[in-house]
Design a protein around this ligand. Structure first.
Ligand code: BG6
Length: 488
């Protein structure tokens, strides 16, 4: 029986290009969906809304040269500050740093015959900086930053042409960074696509008789692309480890009423298991037949698609975990709270964050156990954390005991899961340095152990400050998760 974190456990944090880099129009980069996503002033913090995209709205946003209301265009300037920022992560003792490459930097026109050398050099510098500090770079190939040209020219992932373009992009980066990068994730939270079609698949709801069918087509094309990329990565360097990834929406039954339990099973399959079954078991699960038939969903596949999916499953299961939710056969009178991408039913036993996301460390242990049980592949927690409203004190300190408490309780749950026998290989908490929120484009929803002095509208010095949690996490890593004790 294992009683503690393994010696080679990877401790670190994760960011994405579109939330951190800024420099959206620099060195040849083309525009992406996040660049035309506005900060929503009217957003009710308790209930998140999905931004809906139309072609007209995108055109207007593209031409809007005032960047104030488009926070992801500026990020936190990581494009320029990566050296100082990575040094701070190294000071905490990170052994892994997860970040993403912006496809729109490497192939700005989507179908360019040669990659943009400036982009390749930039990411090589970032990778070298990680290696200099003995950090494994873990790269997400596509993290919620759909290049607009791929939507405009090809209609996004609905079009199979994107599989070839994605593979060309993968071949370019696998070859260029061979021997330097070992850990890759094909798509960030591939299961978000069904809730956020334009954002992750670049498929706009126009001209389709059945939009849901179009989304499942896009998801199928991503499955094929991910499987082919996994094959390619292994051919280019057999040391490569390729992960799939879902946002795990851990779901409990509202009561022990059998109807509620059946609803839980259904939700778990539709939200989570389907995506992992395809990518980790290598086959479309039998239970989807009924759903596809009853909803008139007919996915077009080509010869060889199912074989490539079968033969190239992921090396590890990556997932993000922020919260849990409940399912009920009759939700009429139940309270609702906001969650990641969608509103969910409130669990009366759990507290929520300022943004309503329900805090559930035990759910992490449950998720690690159930997912490991189902696939028996190494598990990697690729995101976890809490968005808080932090206050910078006059003396430059930030007291964020709430964040420490959140992580401490989740680390205890991870330890228990390891004792249970789960093969957990790494943990990259979300946003070790404050970045722009994905869902709301706010700066004030902060996850970091490092504070960035910038407000929602881009005002501030952008200076970095260490929060109390910085020192706490440093000690956790130093003791390999043994000492979860004091803040300082
Ligand atoms: C995950 C995404 O779903 O949630 C991240 O992969 C995102 O990109 C994170 O930032 C937290 O969500 P938010 O909306 O609080 O930034």
């Amino acid at each position: 029986m294992r009683t503690q974190f393994p010696d080679n456990f990877l401790w670190g944090g994760a960011i994405s290009a579109c939330q951190a880099e800024g420099a959206y129009n620099v060195d040849g980069r083309s525009m992406t969906i996040p660049d035309v996503t506005m900060y929503n002033k009217k957003l009710d913090r308790k209930i998140t809304k999905q931004v809906s995209f139309t072609r007209e709205a995108i055109e207007v946003a593209k031409k809007d040269l005032d960047d104030t209301m488009y926070p992801k265009r500026r990020g936190i300037d990581f494009y320029y500050t990566y050296k100082e920022d990575i040094a701070l992560l190294a000071e905490m003792g990170f052994s892994v740093f997860r970040f993403s490459i912006a496809w729109s930097r490497v192939f700005p026109n989507g179908d360019d015959t040669t990659p943009n050398e400036k982009a390749l050099e930039y990411y090589e510098n970032v990778i070298d900086e990680c290696l200099k500090h003995n950090m494994e770079p873990l790269i997400t190939i596509s993290h919620f930053d759909m290049p607009l040209v791929l939507m405009e020219k090809f209609g996004g992932w609905y079009n199979r042409k994107l599989i070839d373009l994605y593979l060309n992009y993968c071949e370019t980066i696998f070859t260029r960074y061979r021997g330097k990068v070992k850990y890759w994730v094909t798509f960030n939270e591939i299961n978000m696509s069904i809730k956020a079609g334009p954002k992750t698949l670049g498929i706009i709801n126009e001209g389709f008789d059945n939009y849901e069918e179009a989304l499942f087509q896009g998801i199928h094309n991503q499955f094929v692309a991910a499987a082919k990329a996994t094959k390619l990565a292994h051919e280019i360097d057999n040391n490569n480890k390729i992960g799939c990834m879902v946002a795990y929406f851990t779901t409990y039954a509202h009561t022990c009423k059998p109807d509620d339990v059946m609803k839980m099973l259904y939700d778990d399959r539709m939200r989570n298991q389907f995506y992992l079954d395809v990518q980790a078991k290598g086959k479309y699960p039998w239970y989807m037949d009924r759903y596809f038939t009853e909803n008139n969903i007919n996915i077009k596949m080509e010869d060889g698609d199912l074989e490539v999916i079968k033969e190239n499953t992921a090396d590890f299961i990556g997932f993000s975990y922020y919260m849990s939710m409940i399912s009920s056969a009759d939700a009429t009178n139940l309270e609702i709270t906001s969650g990641n991408v969608m509103n969910v039913l409130k669990n009366p036993y759990l507290e929520g964050s300022e943004w309503g996301w329900q805090i559930d460390p035990v759910g992490l242990r449950y998720t690690l156990n159930t997912v490991y049980d189902r696939y028996e592949k190494p598990m990697f927690i690729l995101e976890n954390g809490i968005g808080l409203l932090d206050k910078l004190n006059e003396d430059g300190t930030i007291n964020d005991e709430g964040r420490v408490d959140y992580h401490r309780r989740h680390f205890e749950a991870m330890k228990e899961a390891i004792k249970d026998g789960v093969d957990l290989i790494g943990y990259t908490m979300w946003g070790p340095i404050d970045i722009i929120s994905s869902g709301t484009s706010e700066m004030s929803k902060r996850y970091g152990f490092i504070y960035v002095d910038q407000d929602d509208f881009g005002n501030g010095s952008k200076k970095r400050y260490k929060k109390d949690s910085f020192y706490w996490y440093k000690n956790v890593i130093k003791t390999n998760g043994e000492d979860l004790g004091d803040v300082k």
